[in-house]
Structures are given as C-alpha cells and as structure tokens.
Ligand binder design. Sequence first.
Ligand code: SAH
Length: 478
Amino acid sequence: MKFLPIFLDPSAGPILLVGAGDLVRARLRLLLAAGAHVRWHATDGDFAVPGLDAAAASRIERGEVDPRTVDLSGIVAVFCASAGEIGEHVAARARSAGVPVNVMDDPAHSSFIVPAIVDRGDVVAAIGTGGASPVVARRVRERIEAALPARIGDLAAMIGRWRRSIHDHIPDLPLRRRFWERVIDGPIGEAILAGRSDEAEGSLKAIVDPSIYAGASVPGEIEGRVTLVGAGPGDPDLLTIKALRALQDADIVFYDELVTPEILDRARRDAVRVPVGRRIGKPGIGQDAINRLLIDAAKSGQRAVRLKGGDPFIFGRGGEEVEALREAGVACSVIPGITAGLGAAAEFEVPLTYRREALRITFLTAHKAHDASNVDWSALTDRKMTVVVYMGITAAAAIRSGLLEAGRSPETPVGVFARATRPDAKSVIGILDHLPALVRDVEGGPAILVIGDVVSHSAPWRNASQNSSLQTFQMAAE
Ligand code: SAH
C-alpha cells in the first residue's frame, strides 16, 4: 500500500483549487458535490461553470490574487491543475505549511492522490492503484459498481440514524455487531434495498429487545460457533464465496501452517489471528490443545474460523475437530475447500480421470516410511487408477518400492507438484522408478504426487516430450 486512504470532511474548511480547463472544472464539480467550499483561482480568469445549481455555485469563492501568494491558513487541502511554474510553487508552499496537496496526474508533487470513486450516498468506495494506473482503477470501479446495490447508501444512512440508540441498548461490541449484521442481512435490509424505507424503519422500531434480536439466548449473552473453512491450496482467488464470507464474519481465526498470508489477509481486519499449525522444525501445539482453543473461543461467544489448507476433510483432521466440538455442545459447520490434489491437477492440466485411462482415483497419505508400510499397495496396482499422494515427500522411496513390489509398472508416469497454485509452483515429471530423484528436484514442499498414466497428458509432460527433455532427464536420474 503506497497511499493510505482516508475520507476528508468537506465542512472542515475551504479547499483551494488552482488552475483552468475542463479537468479542473470536473474536479470542482466533484468537490462541490461532496459539499465542499472551494476557493478557486482560475489561472485563465474564466470562472464560468455551466449547469451548476445556485446552492453549489454559492460555495465557490473566486480567488483574484496571484495563487502563489495566497494565504493558506485554514485551508484543508490544495488541488492544482499541473505542476507547471505556478503549480510547483503552490505545491511547495502547501507542503511546507503542512497542507495536503494534490497536483493532477503528478504523484511526485502530490502528498495525496484522488481515488476512483463509487458514490452511493453515505456509502462511498475509493479505489486507488498508488497512482500507477487509472485504467486499472476504473476497471475495479466498474466491478464494484456492478456489485453494490443501488440503495446501499440508504441502508447506511438508516443505520447511522439508529446507531446511538442501539449502542445504548447493546453495550457489548460483538453482540452489537451481530445485531447490525442481522438487520443488514435480514428482512429489514432487504426492505431498504427494495426501496421500502418506511417498512424498514417500522420494523426496526418494532424490535423489543435488540440483544435477543441479535441472537442472544439470554439478553446480553451470545452464543459462539466454529466454522471449519477450507482455504484451498494457496491462491486466495480459489477461496469459495462462502469461505470468504466466513472469514469476513470471524472474530478469531485459527490457521494452519499451510495457509498463505494472502489468504489470511482476506479475514476481517480486526479479527484475531492465531497460528496453530506446525512450523518448520517445531511440532505445533497438538490436536487436543487446538480442540480446546476452538471450544473456548466459541463458549466465550466468539465466531471462530478454523482455517485449513485445502479441504478440511482431506487429511486435515477436520473430522476430529468436528467430533470434539459436537461433544462439547458447540455449534459448528464446515465449508469445503479445493484440495491440493485438485488444485495441482488444474494448474498442471492433469486430467485425473481421463476417459478410458483412469476410472478411479485414490487419495492417499504416506507421511513417513512407517505409514507407507501400513498401506495395502496391492489395492493400488490397477493401471486405470490414478493415485494422488499427500505428504509423500519423505516416504517417496517407500512409496516407489511399495507400488513396484505390488506389481505397478516402473514406467508409470509420475508428477511431483510442489506449491501448487502459489507463485513459486514447480512441477517435476518422470516415471515411478525414479520417484525419489523426482521428489528431490522440486526443492521443498508442500508437494503432491500424482501417479498414473493420466500424468502423460499433463502440460509439463507434453512440454517435456515436445523438446525431448524428458528422456534426457530420465537418463540423468538413473
Ligand atoms: N487438507 C489439505 C491437505 C493437508 S495434508 C488439502 O485438502 O489439500 C498436507 C499435504 O497437502 C502436504 O504435505 C502436501 O502433500 C499437500 N499440499 C498442501 N498444499 C499444497 C500445495 N499448494 N501444493 C502441493 N501440495 C500441497
């Protein structure tokens, strides 16, 4: 973030505008629309602004003196058309007087920049690109325009009118937040957005006990809950819409070592974030302690999210957590995520059930050589079965010998896909016989192994066979 977005109160004092031309007039209209009082130095002496209503026009004060000598006391912000000789002078004076200054299209001379704006009355979205690209900002604005209901500003205005009184009724912040969520997401919000403001206002007035309306079983007391959320394999854009909503609603987030910082960034800004996973070289706090934390958080009335890499129910210990919560009488629910095997398959174009070549998929975990010895490899010898191995890096040699001894062909194509869907993703492909060498080559995890004929359809395999590097690599691995 290069610039910190803040919203300026236009009644705080006059704004100085220096310059002439259409862009300056557009800026003037924006300032007037926000209710500002503008001291305008039209450098060409032309103060005409067609189409302004009388009330807006009355808030323009003509600056007749040279703008370079203008008195800056009491001015809350300065806008200049361009640096030029006058602009540079005004900008330098504003800076030394500590007054925020913007020179149009010139971040170097500006102490603030003007964002692209979506204006819905009390709801205003400001979009910035740090001055890098107004076109990108415009595209983002189009998306927000499309997503925001037209009357969202009315909703905010109504809440603004009731805020004080609800604050007095519900002093507890989490409960109050929940009250407003119920208002916004329920029939009252719906009525406002549909233009039925009187009905909404009436329903709000009719609420007898706001804390009960917020979901408290006893007035003032709230029930917490835990949501197990699948974070997907790493790319934050692979979160589901439900996962995003849960993250935005969470008071506290307990997350795994597999969850990337970019995903954690999507949680509500003031949510408490608690790492509970293993760290490199450190064992983690253990499953019982995690269960305890989840139960305690819910019992203290918080909405907790347990954020897990991939999907919570694929080698994620989600089952144990749900059972512990159930036993403790804590409400919980599960939001699925894209499991690493599917993320990797999509990224590297491995058609896991390619017609006629693979009729089945097995998701397998073999963390240590010891786990590998517990696997019944004879169940995995069917050539038409794709085997996806989680946590298989350390046990690669045992996986190779298990499958070979059970009779799977040493020539079976294998893909090792590391850090799938992350910026530093890497794939190494080869044959089952060379598995331990392939695994070494991805240079660290997390990595998934995909074993089966379908790997020969993957993008890295096709690329390798096109430039025949596959053969060379296989020889090198021998
Ligand atoms: N619940 C998770 C799996 C947890 S087990 C899921 O559904 O994906 C941890 C294993 O997942 C890692 O050892 C690795 O095999 C795999 N994994 C997780 N993220 C991965 C990624 N981005 N790329 C490749 N493998 C990944």
